[in-house]
Ligand binder design. Structure first.
Ligand SMILES: [Mg+2]
Length: 168
């Protein structure tokens, strides 16, 4: 890291998120709503899943549904270059997914906000990378929350509730 990223420089400030959380599950969404936020933009890889997920797990789906019924509009903004059929079909249009978003360029953020009919001031970007998610959000006037790389999604394991292999 050279002088560019030293504390106090413009670049350092642009890489500093407005908030941080361990995972998407630990974010205080009620607080964001109370602060007037109505749009949640999520990064995909390492944020909504482990690594480069090819689908959303039930627990992540459940969270997004819950937030959606609370009144948030949701969009997924990814720099991935290829289409992920399984995710696209599992989302089935419920949440817009923009690939090749080109973060940290402002274009992708603007495009998603325009699709959602939203203003930057009511939006929050949630992602695991400072150089794309945080920087792009800050340059676009969007509140940013940095999460750690998702390591394991509890909803990703075999179902444990009530189903046993002996019941047949
Ligand atoms: Mg990511």
């Amino acid at each position: 890291m050279g002088a560019l990223f030293e504390k106090g420089t413009l670049m350092h400030r642009l890489l500093e998120p407005d908030g941080a959380a361990a995972t998407i599950f630990e974010i205080d969404y009620d607080r964001l709503f109370a602060d007037g936020k109505r749009v949640l933009l999520y990064d995909l890889d390492n944020t909504l899943g482990v690594g480069k997920p090819d689908r959303l797990t039930p627990r992540v789906e459940e969270l997004l549904q819950e937030l959606s019924s609370k009144g948030f509009r949701i969009g997924i903004l990814s720099n991935r270059r290829w289409k992920i059929d399984a995710i696209v079909s599992s989302l089935s249009g419920r949440f817009p997914l923009h690939l090749r978003a080109g973060k940290p360029a402002r274009r992708g953020f603007r495009g998603m906000l325009s699709d959602l009919g939203a203003d930057p001031r009511e939006a929050v970007m949630i992602g695991d990378r400072r150089l794309t998610d945080v920087l792009g959000a800050r340059r676009s006037g969007i509140h940013s929350i940095l999460v750690e790389k998702m390591r394991a999604d509890p909803g990703d394991g075999p179902r444990s509730s009530g189903t046993t292999s002996t019941s047949r």
